[in-house]
Design a protein around this ligand. Structure first.
Ligand code: V47
Ligand code: SF4
Length: 392
């Protein structure tokens, strides 16, 4: 059932805390929340209050629709010159014999293995390898486009791009122009972590800083590419660091409008240098998504990345502001399985993903990367075993 204004008015009337009441009234009137409002929601908001408000906003924007796409990942390498404390995935360059490095042909073969399958996006993301330079990736982009021109290529975090452009002695603008021309369509949201230097210095001191990350995304928007934004939450950061992070993204979005989706990424603590830091609870996760939906008023979409959260928590987020579950993914994505996510080999068939969304009373809609609707599955009956080929 779609949340009504009167139900939300009643919720706000019944709220005893004056700060929460103020924030609630702003949400009802579609007014922007201040940093203090956001903090109050994190510090004092209970799940029923936050969930009802976030759901109200989600339904105001998207009704019952829940988007996903059919995509696959390529991870060119896990060798990385950086040493983020939370990363379970990378092998330092000095230990590169323990990692993997895919050749152009190997990556192209992955693309070819999807020939005839109805995937619309390839997501390319990996470590920062000094030998995989701009020229190497330009050739990869050109070869993918030559093989399958209509496939959307979402690739390379601002961290990977900053390093590539610096090594090539190119400005961010020129580097992005060349990548775009070679076939790059949009940027994923990775590498943002927590912008605030108090935290960034402790968890990922040696890679691009907040201003550098934001500059690359701003330049991409000006180049005509959409991008996403992430935030790695639930480790050593405090609520005010999360608010600071979201405020920086919100003000860039005010200037460019180029972000599609905000993706809070839950910190997982296996096999990394932060294993002593406990993970956030499911309650903490739902709170994060709800506040994100309320605070990020100029981001059209809020995504839960199910391989990292786990399927059941991802289903729950659909009642806490989330309207997008990423995609079928369909590969052996290692970045999360190595960090201890419940999903060891994240892959869902279209039927499984559609049914996951229907189970919680939402309407599954397949989209392309930039949210053009491709198919609404509301009235399409499927069981989990229905093969993707039956849905072409
Ligand atoms: O920036 C690394 C995160 C990100 C851990 O834009 C970890 O559509 C949790 O950004 N626990 C890369 N997270 C992945 C990414 C992404 C994923 C899916 C969709 C999109 C999109 C973007 O992975 C990194 C970092 O924040 N990460 N280690 C960990 N232990
Ligand atoms: Fe490298 Fe990215 Fe891992 Fe940091 S998070 S060490 S930049 S692969």
């Amino acid at each position: 059932m779609i949340a009504t204004n009167s139900a939300i008015e009643k919720l706000i009337d019944n709220e005893k805390d004056k700060d929460l009441k103020i924030a609630g009234k702003k949400v009802l009137a579609a007014e922007r929340l201040s940093a203090d409002d956001g903090l109050a929601l994190f510090e004092k908001g209970g799940l029923p209050f936050l969930g009802s408000l976030a759901n109200f906003v989600r339904e105001r924007l998207h009704g019952n629709k829940t988007y996903f796409n059919r995509n696959f990942h390529i991870e060119p390498t896990n060798v990385c010159v950086f040493a983020c404390q939370f990363c379970s995935y990378s092998r330092l360059y000095s230990h590169r014999d323990e990692g993997w490095e895919l050749s152009l042909d190997q990556m192209l073969n992955i693309v070819k293995s999807y020939d005839g399958k109805p995937v619309t996006e390839v997501h390319i993301v990996g470590g920062v390898h000094p030998k995989m330079n701009l020229e190497f990736f330009i050739e990869l982009l050109q070869k993918i486009k030559a093989h399958r021109p209509e496939m959307h290529i979402k690739g390379f975090t601002a961290v990977e791009l900053e390093y590539m452009f610096r090594k090539a002695k190119l400005s961010v603008e020129e580097g992005l122009r060349r990548m775009h021309e070679a076939g790059l369509d949009s940027l994923p949201g990775g590498g943002a972590e927590i912008f605030h230097p108090e935290v960034r210095q402790l968890i990922s001191a040696d890679k691009v800083d907040a201003d550098g990350w934001l500059h690359i995304h701003e330049a991409a928007h000006r180049e005509g590419m959409h991008t996403n934004a992430t935030m790695l939450y639930g480790h050593i950061e405090k609520y005010h660091h999360r608010i600071d992070h979201m405020e920086r993204l919100r003000s860039l979005q005010d200037r460019t409008g180029g972000f599609n989706t905000f993706i809070p990424l839950k910190f997982r603590n296996k096999q990394n240098d932060m294993s002593h830091v406990p993970e956030s609870s499911v309650i903490g996760d739902m709170k994060m998504y709800a506040v994100a939906r309320l605070f990020m008023d100029n981001f059209p979409h809020l995504k839960a990345y199910w391989p990292m959260l786990g399927r059941q928590s991802a289903q729950l987020t659909l009642s806490f502001g989330v309207n997008d579950l990423d995609g079928t993914i369909d590969d052996s994505t290692k970045i999360y399985s190595m960090a201890g996510s419940e999903e060891q080999h994240p892959s869902l068939s279209t039927a499984q993903l559609v049914n996951l969304i229907k189970q919680v009373g939402r309407e599954p809609v397949e989209r392309d990367t930039v949210y053009n609707e491709l198919r609404n599955y509301k009235d399409i009956e499927m069981n989990d075993a229905t093969p993707d080929a039956a849905l072409n």
